[in-house]
Design a protein around this ligand. Structure first.
Ligand code: ASP
Length: 439
């Protein structure tokens, strides 16, 4: 029988120096199923350190500003030479660095430059693990419009992986039709890991980082929140306010399509089980919520008009105004004669007055009211579905904490309840909800 495959992606802090490389090697070699490894570029070794990717981008900016690249490239060179020397690696990394420095100095674009952090780390890691090296530029593709080309990538990459026993594929980048390098958005090695997992039909996508998975709430707000052992892809999307810092939002889609579970693990505490992200997870009756997370910085635009409910096309006209101003909406709570659109402050900044004027012009409402300084809090849990009393429990907790709820939105899946509170109540509300459900 064929052995199952596990794809292991290691983040920047997991590969920030020679000592971290040693930990990664131990982890990879401890399980022969870990056949494909996706590295990030070396990240921070300590709080005030600079990530290699940031140094590369700074080097590119320096060249664009007409400066000499040498001083910017030296610390990058030192990072890789240090790792190679300490681990006794033979790869001619000095030559690779020369080629890259020359290319940056002679106007290579920012994507090429930023991607070299992963490329170089991949070369070193492949030698150190005794794995083959597959350049992501040869197997991960973007189409003519610069969008990720899933079909072409899946075809080429799966063929290539089928021929490899064990390989390292650097994260974060691929190539365009003309052969030029393009990167995903920042943190995009997570996406590469998910793509490789899908192409390898992996049994598991392990994402190794510097935390032992997700916590049920932000530890800066709640003392010692419990870890989340398992969470469904859908719940994670609902909790995306908190998830994005641990796992890139777009990394879920390739593995979700293929039903491959993700395991967030901690390179510095490899015995911790971490969080598993799965398609379906059993409901545990005493664990009604999976997590609570929120975000500050929202504005609610409430539009009132008598008989709105029977006016054909009213909602469409309101949303068309937002679309015309390139503002996407976050939530849309409605009443019989009212409709509220909740938008992110960053998106509406500088446009609010124009949007309101247009709504008056296009929709002839009786009134439009704006509430600023809102925070949204999502309480999410597959255990909330068809559980009578969950909402009552949540709102009693907020009432007992003296918090005024400005907005309520429950998804029809019953898996999430989103409340809008005034920003000065944000932390208090999260603590109240957490403690109401987690004993
Ligand atoms: N090195 C890239 C970044 O810093 C990609 C990644 O680490 O996932 O954004």
């Amino acid at each position: 029988m064929l052995m199952e495959t596990v794809v292991a992606k290691f983040g920047g802090s997991s590969l920030s120096d020679a000592g971290q490389f040693e930990k990664v090697k131990q982890i990879v070699l401890a399980d022969p199923r870990r056949r494909f490894v996706v590295p990030s570029a070396p990240g921070k070794r300590f709080g005030s350190d600079t990530k290699v990717t940031d140094m590369l981008i700074a080097a590119h900016e320096a060249v664009s500003a007409g400066k000499d690249v040498t001083a910017y490239f030296e610390p990058i060179r030192a990072r890789y030479l240090g790792i190679a020397q300490q681990l006794g690696l033979k790869t001619d990394i000095g030559r690779e660095l020369d080629v890259i420095q020359y290319a940056i100095a002679h106007g290579q674009n920012v994507d090429y430059t930023a991607s070299r952090g992963e490329y170089l780390n991949g070369l070193l890691l492949a030698e150190y693990l005794g794995f083959s090296f597959i350049d992501a530029a040869e197997v991960i593709f973007f189409d003519a419009r610069g969008n990720y080309d899933a079909a072409r990538t899946q075809e080429e990459l799966s063929k290539r992986l089928a021929k490899a026993q064990r390989a390292v594929v650097p994260g974060f980048y691929g190539s365009c039709i003309d052969g030029s390098i393009k990167t995903f958005s920042r943190g995009g090695s997570d996406i590469t890991g998910a793509i490789v997992a899908r192409a390898a039909s992996a049994a598991m996508y392990e994402n190794w980082t510097d935390v032992s998975g997700f916590l049920m709430a932000d530890p800066r707000i709640v003392d010692n929140p419990k870890p989340i052992e398992s969470i469904t892809y859908r719940e994670l999307r609902e909790l995306s306010y908190m998830g994005a810092t641990v796992l890139h939002e777009e990394a879920i889609f390739p593995v979700k399509q293929a039903g491959i579970p993700v395991n967030i693990r901690n390179t510095n505490r490899p015995d911790d089980l971490g969080t598993r992200i799965v398609a379906d997870a059993p409901l545990c009756p005493d664990d009604t919520i999976t997590g609570v997370a929120g975000h500050k910085g929202y504005t609610a635009i409430s539009i009132e008009k008598a008989m709105m409910n029977s006016e054909m096309g009213f909602g469409r006209r309101v949303l068309k105004v937002l679309e015309d101003y390139a503002v996407s909406f976050e939530h849309l709570p409605t009443g019989i004669d009212t409709m509220t659109v909740v938008v992110n402050d960053k998106l509406i900044a500088g446009k609010l007055d124009d949007v309101i004027t247009s709504i008056y012009r296009v929709c002839s409402p009786d009134s439009v009211e704006v509430t600023t300084g809102l925070s949204l809090i999502a309480t999410v849990g597959r255990g909330m579905v068809r559980q009578p009393g969950t909402a009552a429990h949540l709102f009693s907790a907020l009432r007992d904490a003296g918090i005024n709820v400005r907005m309520i939105d429950q998804g029809s899946s019953e898996m999430n309840i989103i409340v809008g509170v005034e920003t000065h109540d944000f932390e208090k509300a999260i603590r109240a909800i957490y403690h109401a459900f987690v004993k």
